[in-house]
Design a protein around this ligand. Structure first.
Ligand code: PAF
Length: 284
């Protein structure tokens, strides 16, 4: 596994592989890797001739400076985990390599991300998805992937990235991958490392309540299901629900009736102490 630090080195690897007609599988990450990331890497390695992972904590997608400062980082541990995956290369650049013009001041480009970027995370984290689009577009420009792999824990992010590639005319296949969970149900997340042991003990309650709501939803309205989930989760120590929205899986707009859409997903963001956790569940 090659470790690449500069855009120039990466472009030269990608150029060579593309000239040989090789497919490139790409997994963008912010590091602090866990089994969820590794499941994406495994797929990228299996599906493609060449596979590349990026590790880059992207400053432009953090709307909260403390969140950026405390985001877990352990590059050496990440490299160690990746070394046994069969990966071709890991790209771990500096901020300057990704943003040669700097990250301050006016954004280089305002992305057309559509209405899916304005709800939920878009509402609570202003500018977040423009930052995600900016870094993913830049990484796609360098890696020129055939396929890119994203975890469904960030359900909304996948919809936003699909819109970004469409509006920017980027030719890449987006592969959504199922959420990986701990044995106790907690969705794997780099942020789990920030939980205290007491918070970690109760954190699986988020998934437990969501799972229980599947049965409840069969005989209750969308509104009643929504209220039950919020009430139950807020009854768990340390937990505060930022939002829980039961949405059409294509438009990401809230539904009022179960019959209103072909696919319906419940998306939740919960503060467990100061740690912001997200999860989701499919109702249909
Ligand atoms: O999902 C993430 O880890 C990040 O948002 C991504 C896609 C790597 C962009 O920084």
């Amino acid at each position: 596994m090659q470790i690449i630090r500069t855009a120039a080195e990466l472009e030269s690897l990608v150029g060579r592989e593309k000239n040989n007609g090789h497919s490139i599988g790409f997994v963008p990450t912010m590091g602090a890797l866990h089994d969820g990331h590794l499941s994406l890497v495994e797929k990228a390695v299996a599906d493609n001739d060449v596979s590349i992972v990026s590790i880059f904590v992207n400053p432009t997608q953090f709307n909260n400076p403390t969140d950026l400062a405390t985001y877990p980082r352990d590059e050496q541990a990440d490299f160690k985990l990746l070394a046994s995956t069969g990966l071709t290369a890991v790209f771990a650049p500096t901020v300057e390599e990704i943003y040669p013009g700097g990250t301050e001041g006016r954004r280089r480009h305002e992305f057309d991300l559509g209405q899916v970027a304005t709800v939920m995370e878009g509402k609570y984290r202003p500018g977040h998805f423009q930052g995600v689009a900016e870094v993913v577009a830049r990484l796609f420009e360098l890696v020129r992937p055939t396929r890119a792999y994203f975890g469904e824990k960030d359900f909304q992010q996948i919809a936003v990235i699909r819109n970004m590639i469409e509006s920017e005319g980027i030719d890449v296949e987006i592969i959504p991958c199922p959420i990986k969970r701990n044995a106790d149900g907690l969705a794997l997340s780099s942020r789990n490392a920030l939980l205290t042991s007491d918070q970690r003990r109760v954190a699986p309650g988020i998934h437990r309540v969501l799972e229980e709501s599947l049965e409840y939803a069969k005989s209750h309205s969308v509104r009643a299901t929504h209220d039950l989930v919020v009430e139950e989760i807020e009854g768990i120590p340390f937990m505060r629900v930022e939002y829980f929205e039961i949405v059409d899986d294509r438009t990401l707009l809230p539904v009022e009736e179960w019959e209103e859409a072909g696919g319906i997903v419940g998306c939740i963001t919960v503060y467990c102490g100061d740690v912001r956790l997200i999860d989701n569940i499919r109702y249909k």
